[in-house]
Ligand binder design. Sequence first.
Ligand code: AOF
Ligand code: ZN
Length: 393
Amino acid sequence: MSLLPQDQDQRFLARALELARAAVGRASPNPTVGCVLARGNTVLGEGAHLYDARDHAEIVALKQAASLGHSVRGATAYVTLEPCAHHGRTGPCADALIAEKISRCVIATADPNPMVRGQGLAKLRVAGVEIEVSDPASALAIEARRLNDAFAYSIQHHRPFVTLKAAVSIDGMIAPAHRSRPGPVWITGPAARKDVQNLRHVSDAILTGIGTVLADNPALTDRTGLPRRRPLLRVILDSNLRTPLDAQVADSISNDLLFFTTEHASSQAESLQRLQGAQIQRLPESAPGQIDLASALSALHQRDIRSVLVEGGTFINASFLQSDLVDRVVLYFTEFELGLDGVPFARGLHSPYELQERLTSLQRKEIPHSDGSRLEDIRISGYLHDPWADFSS
Ligand code: AOF
Ligand code: ZN
């Protein structure tokens, strides 16, 4: 049975997206991109970009087609992102596709990189390649953009894309007033906690404050077991370097722990943390005892970090929101109350409900606890700054 041409386009673009999705964690600091080369119903070659392998998705697919003995002359290239037109770590993909004489190119979205944007398509068009760009409102185009939110934001704004995550009670609290014992207080169910692991997996860095380290003693690791090309960078804002040497977070085996601190931290504390394998960077303060968050994000950008997941406490949440440095918000609401004397979501600032009102592209999902109980959490996510604002219409 032969498919209608537009159904075929959908099918192969969906396959390219699937290939891209499977490369999450292995493409950053570059975008996550997948490509399928097909003639009619037949796939000739396919692939995704892996940063360490250098080749862009189109080149991976061209090489696969060649290794299978397929000519791609007259074929269609399905790519989740516009083929590039510039010389970076590799040559321009648009040139490679033209040289191999493909006749059509179907893309899910333009490349937000100002060095490329529109130029890859222009090159292909001039060479006589027929171009098809997905409807920006289609589910495929939306998913292709979402996959590269962090790349799109950081390539245009020169700082990482920030997602703030919090688990909150129905009355807007993140922890009870009193704890019976030290350590984390789980307020969401196991399924929501698993979902948070996925948020960690798609992030280059996770950030928290000394308050959370002392109160919860978190490990802040990516425990999905999925492959990633560099470990999740665990970033602690600790203006006086008070993190105990035996804190879970201090257990660093792979260069994945970074403290941002200030000039007030003692050199002895610095040496001890360094001996344990931590990296330390002193940053300016925005107020006494408060690390300047914009400086922190720009320091992370210099380390090729494209995305940061903020999993902080009440003060970190408030400072990031107050500085307008949160781009996306993911809230997990539980079904029970913690009481009005609990720890608020963001001290001195919004309730999570007020924040929710300001989000765009809001999504709501019910997450049953999946532990035999009838409880469920509600996941609310949306944007304060949409990295694709100029691309979606
Ligand atoms: C594509 N296909 O698979 C990817 C693209 O330094 P380079 O050479 O790796 O270039 C990185 C830039 O290329 C990146 O910023 C983005 O604009 C584009 N990524 N382009 O045609 C791909 N990953
Ligand atoms: Zn390229």
